[in-house]
Design a protein around this ligand. Structure first.
Ligand code: HEC
Ligand SMILES: [Cu+2]
Length: 356
């Protein structure tokens, strides 16, 4: 197990360095209730399916390491033992053609090793896919879009985007409260991946897949689309916010409170512009005539941490920049530049800020 420890810490270092390089470069939102696990660590699983995958991965890596050591060791041994010497006469050594025993050995042993690897991985895949969800498990439907995530809590009547809120589970399987995630796609193939919580599962058009999350600790977990799906694939980020059961109940309750009606003159002007322009063809605000489903549901926009599927932190500046021209923040995204005048952007932003 010391070997495993050494491997682990080496893995941590390499991955930590790589992840730190790729982590989004914006600051953490203020007043966070939960730890921000911004490094999407495959070596630090904090959920049952992720843990099962990492255990299989360690076993597979150890077997591969063994193969490597044997092959490389033999190679080095032979290179040294049969190296050129001063007294060599320069003639070719005797040539040997074929040895049934050796050939059998180097065919049969690799086949056996491969069979073991196949069994180890397929058993883990089977165990994860066939896991029975408890009757009362929270069920969330996630629909992949170019390049954002639509998130439905059908049983709770909540629709949101890009940030999945779930309650924490338990390391003790008897007390686990896993969350069942149903995956669909509105356009091309995407892949749902939150490394610390679960392995990748594809979202395939006209097909429903599923996976589950069973987090042991609260926190904000980073994930992303893991199947190239077009220009802004790299900015199709995902957050899973794992709450305490009370925190989750509070979030649910807050999502069910309809946003306050616009009050100030600026908010009212923004409201008129929003409902007068094409915004409502693509966006929904629950309980209003804005019923578009091409873009994210904006009912509780301001309760999100990020904008544009994680392309930036959500704040006054990024919201203004987005409404002014989303192509500036997320080039090629499927919301067009609406060619608004600055005072119109000011008003619409004032209105959007009431959506909380
Ligand atoms: C043609 C459809 C379309 C129109 C019209 C449109 N949007 Fe969008 N909007 C989108 C799409 C698609 C996204 C998601 C883009 C992404 O993240 O890749 C989006 C994202 C957003 C977001 C960010 C939401 C989030 O949670 O990240 C805001 C805010 C927004 N739109 C506001 C507006 C406003 C205000 C208007 C009108 C001035 C408008 N949109 C018009 C399609 C549209
Ligand atoms: Cu994608």
């Amino acid at each position: 197990m010391r070997l495993r420890g050494t491997l682990l810490s080496l893995g941590f270092r390499v991955c930590g360095a790589l992840c730190a390089l790729t982590a989004p470069a914006f600051a953490e939102p203020a007043g966070l209730e939960y730890p921000m696990r911004r490094v999407a660590h495959i070596f630090q699983p904090l959920s049952r399916p992720a843990e099962m995958i990492s255990e299989a991965a360690y076993l597979v890596s150890l077997i591969c390491l063994g193969v490597f050591l044997v092959v490389a060791g033999l190679l080095v041994f032979i290179m040294i033992k049969f190296r050129r010497r001063a007294q060599d006469d320069g003639r070719e050594p005797p040539q040997i053609y074929g040895s049934t025993n050796i050939e059998l050995a180097w065919t049969v042993i690799p086949i056996l090793i491969t069979v073991v690897l196949v069994l180890v991985t397929s058993r883990t895949i089977g165990e994860i896919q066939n896991m029975k969800m408890p009757e009362d498990a929270l069920k969330i439907r996630v629909v992949g879009h170019q390049w954002w995530w639509e998130i439905h809590y059908e049983d709770l009547g909540i629709v949101t985007a890009n940030e999945v809120h779930i309650p924490v589970s338990s390391r003790d399987p008897a007390q686990a409260t896993p969350t069942h995630i149903v995956l669909q796609s509105a356009d091309v193939i995407h892949s749902f991946w939150v490394p610390q919580l679960a392995g990748k599962t594809d979202l395939v058009p006209n097909k429903t897949n599923d996976t589950w999350l069973d987090p042991y600790e609260t926190g904000v977990y980073f994930g992303n689309c893991a199947e190239y799906c077009g220009t802004q694939h790299a900015n199709m980020l995902l957050r899973v916010i794992v709450h305490t059961p009370e925190g989750f109940a509070k979030w649910v309750a807050s999502q069910k409170v309809p946003p306050a009606a616009p009050q100030t003159a600026e908010e009212i002007k923004g409201h008129q512009l929003f409902y007068g322009y094409a915004c409502i063809n693509c966006h929904t605000v629950d309980g209003t005539v804005a019923e578009g489903v091409f873009g994210p549901n904006l009912t509780k926009l301001m309760t999100r941490q990020t904008i544009g599927a994680g392309v930036a932190e959500l704040n006054d500046q990024t919201l203004w920049a987005w409404v002014n021209d989303p192509q500036g923040l997320k080039t090629g995204c499927l919301m067009p530049d609406m060619q608004l005048l600055d005072p119109e952007v000011d008003a619409i932003v004032a209105f959007l800020k009431t959506l909380q």
